[in-house]
Write a protein that binds this ligand. Structure first.
Ligand code: ZN
Length: 275
């Protein structure tokens, strides 16, 4: 079941399912009535994506029922920078299975729709994807302007901050601790572990993208907590149209979003982006 709702409007359908769009808000839109967004005059588009956009690619969340770590919940405890300091193999144990899953995953219609939009609007509008995912599927789909808030699991880097070596593409699944060829210290996946901050350059790129943003979409991520809650506020401040696409409604509702589409990203995005 898929629907969307528009903030500030009401119709008879809302009274039958008001909780779906937040208390007292929204016009219920069934999937069949999801119409393409109008890109006329839109010069800058920013899309924030989260785990929900990659579910159709076979990538499960880390935690919770059906999660990658469901059988080994202790892995969540070692997926931190603090754990890596005392046990450099910890990130590899925590994310080895995730890297294997990422290697087997393919971009789905939601990733492809965003890449298509960027190519289609080239010359008239920029499309920046800010992703919380580490799977690299946006780039594999063809998106060129991608800001990785949490790094990339198919890259490896040295754990020594003073080392001169650069992160490198890496699909290996190490059993023994891999060591840096430059300084001899432990290598680690080039991702942001759970207690680590978003890289400064990624934050800066996101802020730059949001300047003069005309259209902001949050896809497959919570609309009520950071980073979506912060980014949508910035976009709203810039006067952008703001759109939420996710499998579940926001609880509580975030009024900074003007349009809401509840359902599968791989079904909604191709229609919404006019494919
Ligand atoms: Zn090194």
């Amino acid at each position: 079941m898929t629907w969307g709702c528009r903030g500030g409007e009401r119709d008879a359908k809302v009274t039958t399912l008001p909780r779906l769009c937040g208390p007292g808000r929204g016009t219920l839109r069934w999937m069949a009535s999801v119409t393409p967004l109008d890109f006329t005059g839109v010069t800058k588009i920013v899309v924030l994506t989260g785990a929900g956009i990659s579910v159709a690619s076979g990538l499960r969340p880390y935690r919770g029922p059906g999660g990658l770590w469901e059988e080994h919940p202790e892995l969540a405890d070692i997926a931190t920078g603090e754990a890596a300091k005392t046990d450099p193999m910890a990130p590899w144990r925590a994310f080895g299975a995730v890297r294997a899953a990422v290697l087997a995953a393919e971009p789905n219609p939601a990733h492809l729709a965003l890449a298509n939009l960027e190519a289609r609007l080239k010359g008239t509008a920029t499309v920046t994807v800010i992703t919380q995912n580490v799977d690299g599927l946006h780039q594999r789909a063809g998106s060129q302007d991608v800001v990785e808030f949490h790094g990339a699991l198919r890259r490896t880097r040295c754990s020594n901050p003073d080392c001169t070596s650069q992160p490198f593409d890496d699909d290996s699944l190490p059993i023994d601790l891999p060591l840096c060829g430059t300084c001899g210290q432990a290598l680690r996946p080039d991702i942001v572990l759970f207690d680590e901050p978003i890289p400064v350059d990624a934050e800066w790129a996101a802020k730059k993208a949001l300047r003069d943003c005309k259209l902001f979409l949050a896809v497959g991520t919570s609309g009520t907590v950071s980073p979506a809650s912060n980014l949508v506020r910035s976009a709203e401040y810039e006067g952008a149209r703001t759109v939420y696409v996710n499998l579940t409604p926001m609880v509580p509702d975030n009024p900074a979003f003007q349009l809401r589409f509840i359902g599968k990203a791989e079904e909604i995005l191709p229609r919404l982006l006019g494919l």
